[in-house]
Design a protein. Structure first.
Length: 478
């Protein structure tokens, strides 16, 4: 496989994003005192005690759901519940497990055909990182002053205005100096280490903020030399084509543009405005079917086709409100969004708990503990996920087939996927009234319903569809 091509397995993957402190807690891993109750409203700084053994114990649930890849939020030693404040990149956070537990996790996942992607936070560390702590203690005489960007000494690490460069000016997140060769080499070796330990790739946090020339090209070369099928996906919220198209840095991006357009279509004016302040993706304006089709075509045209298939198509994450909450607690809008997610080009990513109707607004509400009491689950949303994930696995067409939209008037979204094995049509009516349309650009005389209910006929030259209000239908066309 060329180092410039995304690994082929990504197009066949359905990802599940796990926030380790909140997914599952095992009784077989010792916890500290002072944890928040699992079912209590989460706080910014409190811990609930999820761990990697808990993940292992719940893997069969993920297999039943149809998951074959996991993206973990950071798992390395840190001074925060989200673990984006790294203290030691070579150590599993002791609240989550240890090296032995990590090995068990990799083995258990791989035995089930599940790939494991780790979160790499290489732009900044926490204040507890050894080299930064040494500068706090030793000042300008520390041998590590060139690991960061200090403006003066002594270091003011706990004031409101740090005298060093920090991510978004936050004192807790000092920015690493990747222009220092020792820092750059250190980070490269960290990346290599966990790939050698069995991880299947990296999700890279705020990679645009590392501007050191050649850094990400070297990162890709070294990671892929160890595992030619390692997946490298970037957290870039907007157009990421300059980072992806050449194939020398990242395979794909976390596709927040996809999420925004999809929710603007299926939820539209139902999206609560108070949840969207300062969110950097396009939840507004509301879109009709024709406008959504235009956005989807434009989005797919941004990237080479292999990169489109390797983008991580999410509907929510740890950084944004839960999809059900964004949809105004409307499960029908969630269903329509999931239909689009599972039938579009790109690897779907499900944020833990959203598949059972977990709600939550802005951070920290979107990071609740997973409720393992099945009586609390929204089984209709869960059944939608299971059914559509299975449909995606059953048809290669939905994973790697070509994509085109068909004009069908302002209120219907009509998308076709096609390959040698099948042609599959997805029709979404997100409006409040029934819709019908003649589709002159679509051919076919025989139709098999794969999901939902609707009407479809053909006179041999034109296909006509009829779909009830707020309904999605998927047909196989011959």
């Amino acid at each position: 496989m060329s180092v410039k091509q995304p690994p082929a397995w990504v197009a066949d993957a359905v990802f599940y994003q796990i926030f380790p402190d909140r997914f599952a807690s095992s009784d077989n891993w010792e916890k500290p005192n002072g944890l928040e109750p699992w079912d209590a409203t989460p706080s910014y700084h409190g811990y609930k005690g999820g761990d990697l053994l808990g993940v292992i114990e719940k893997l069969d649930y993920l297999v039943d759901l149809g998951i074959n890849a996991i993206y973990f939020n950071p798992i390395f030693a840190s001074g925060s519940n989200h673990r984006y404040h790294a203290w030691d990149y070579y150590r599993i956070d002791p609240m989550l497990g240890d090296d032995e537990i990590f090995d068990q996790l990799i083995e258990a996942c791989h035995d089930r055909g599940i790939r494991v992607i780790l979160d790499g936070v290489f732009n900044h560390t926490g204040r507890g990182f050894f080299q930064f702590s040494d500068v706090i203690e030793s000042g300008q005489q520390s041998p590590y002053t060139d690991w960061y960007h200090f403006h003066s000494f002594p270091v003011d690490a706990f004031g409101r205005s740090p005298n060093y460069e920090a991510w978004w000016g936050m004192p807790a997140l000092p920015k690493l100096n990747t222009e220092t060769p020792q820092v750059r080499e250190y980070l490269m070796r960290v990346a290599e280490h966990w790939i050698e330990r069995g991880a299947d790739g990296w999700r890279l946090d705020v990679p645009q903020e590392i501007a050191t020339e050649g850094f990400w090209e070297e990162f890709r070369t070294r990671v892929r030399s160890i595992n030619p099928e390692a997946y490298i996906v970037a957290e870039i919220w907007e157009d990421a084509s300059e980072w992806i198209s050449a194939g020398d840095r990242f395979d794909g991006t976390m596709n927040y543009l996809f999420a925004g357009y999809t929710l603007a279509f299926v939820a539209g004016e139902r999206i609560p405005r108070h949840l969207t302040t300062n969110l950097n993706y396009p939840l507004y304006p509301a879109l009709n079917g024709e406008e959504f089709a235009t956005r989807m075509n434009d989005l797919i045209d941004l990237y080479p086709w292999p990169a489109t298939l390797a983008n991580l198509n999410l509907l929510d994450s740890h950084d944004v409100p839960r999809v059900l909450s964004l949809c105004g607690d409307d499960p029908v809008a969630v269903e329509l969004a999931v239909v689009i997610q599972m039938t579009s080009p790109g690897a779907p990513s499900v944020y833990y708990g959203s598949e059972v109707g977990l709600t939550g607004g802005r951070d920290p509400e979107n990071r609740k503990g997973f409720d393992w009491d099945e009586s609390a689950w929204d089984t209709s949303i869960l059944d939608t996920h299971r059914t559509l994930i299975k449909l995606r696995h059953d048809y290669s067409t939905l994973r790697t087939g070509s994509f085109r939209t068909h004009p069908a008037g302002p209120d219907l979204y009509v998308a076709e996927r096609a390959d040698e094995s099948a042609r599959i049509l997805t029709v979404i009516n997100a409006s409040r009234v029934a819709q019908s349309a003649s589709i002159a650009t679509l051919t076919g005389t025989s139709f098999k319903t794969l999901y939902g209910e609707g009407g479809i006929t053909s006179d041999g030259s034109t296909v006509r569809v009829a779909v009830a209000p707020r309904t999605a239908v998927v047909w196989r066309v011959t």
